[in-house]
Design a protein around this ligand. Sequence first.
Ligand code: SF4
Length: 486
Amino acid sequence: MKEMIYQTVCPGCNMGCGLYIREDTEGTVAVDFMKSSSANLGKLCRFGMQLPHHYSKATSMVDGVEASIEDAIQAASGKLKGAKDVAMLAVGATTSEEHLALTRVADALGTVVNTGMSAYEEIPSECHPAMGMGIPLEDIEQAKRIALFVDPYIQYPLLVRRLRAAKHNGASIVAVGWKDLNLADENKYINPDQYESELGLDSDSIIITDVHPHTDPEQVKQLLNLALMTGARIMFMKPFVNSTGAQLLSKGTGQKGLSEIMAGINEGSIKTLVTLNSDPLELMPNSDEVAKTLEKLDTLIVITSRDGAVNKMAHIVIGTEPLYAKAGSFMNVEGLLQNNSGTGTAGIDAMSTLARNLGGSAFDYQALHNEVLESIVQKYTRPKYKELECKLMETAAVGDGRGNLIYVSNPFMWFDQADDNDFVMVNMNMVKKLGLRKGGMIALTSDAGTVNVRYTVRDVPDGLILTMKKLPVATGSTTEVAAEAV
Ligand code: SF4
């Protein structure tokens, strides 16, 4: 077999950066730049450059023993036949066609596919189009003023290029967050009730924020209100390669949040979990806690293209081809359709057999792809920004439910990269207040336990502790912790 070259999209976030993957005869992969990709013009961030470490081959398993994919599908069919209390999870980390295939399996079981994005449940449905569809990335470059509620350097790095171009075109950037951003003209640490008066936004402005499984719905409401009050446009960045496609395909159904699914398993109302390229151990902030939760399931069925941590806990693993080798398409944050050049359909064929074994109809890749083209691509590809149809929403009082330990990275795909910093960031006031010693450690205690970590001094707001690594004391993207010197 000669070397294979695949045209694909980086799975690190929903920017949709195009790239080539070269796979040699030994199965070793390397990344090549794709200059023709409009989302990134050939550039890749740290995660994109490290993709060869991210890809791994999934092995089909039944009860911890390696099995053929056919045997794994039959075992999964046996477990799912007549099963009640089933939850399905697909966050958008695979193609639209595979997402649709899982909805066919869900239909056969009388259930839905959950995307894990709980924020949608609490926001009125007329606001969902604004949250679901972004605005063309080139529009960012033409904005006069940009209010940033994400840290693009570490959450959506290729956004930085658009922001630099906007500045070059005369835009001013104001960042609202946990630490100073170099590219911002102003950095503000203010409360939501000050946004309208302090940020200087109008109809030539763009608000850039994000929505992911741990997003606080209050923040979404506050920023939608801000867009309504100022006339600024609003763009929601997203963390998974096909977040936008998955959200559109699951419209009106399946918005149960990840935390809700975990709570359902703990309470016993969910006995069977089926995941598609979605590893709860990676997706939730506290992997140890999630492992205990997953052990309570009667059946855990994992359909995946990667050899992730959850595979080891699964009763059945249906191992599919790597993401880059799949036939299929993705939709990026601006509503741009991106096709893989791969032709693999092992995942789709597996779900077709599953659906048929469960009393549904079989399907093939082409039928699903046609449906993707009709149901989302023709309707939504690169839409012009639509005026918000929301109304102003009531929001909770400032400060409710906020923690002081903040997880600042994209918390899903990127955690614990080999070169991640293994220290937390605090400011000099906290060093003095806690009496932290140079070279010493800081002990953080939450309801989930205590951990000792190294620290470094940065210009962060008073009272906050920022981390880029997953810490076992974290219970969400923000966590209330007590801190002391050790
Ligand atoms: S910005 Fe996102 S999609 Fe682009 S290379 Fe980085 S992680 Fe991948």
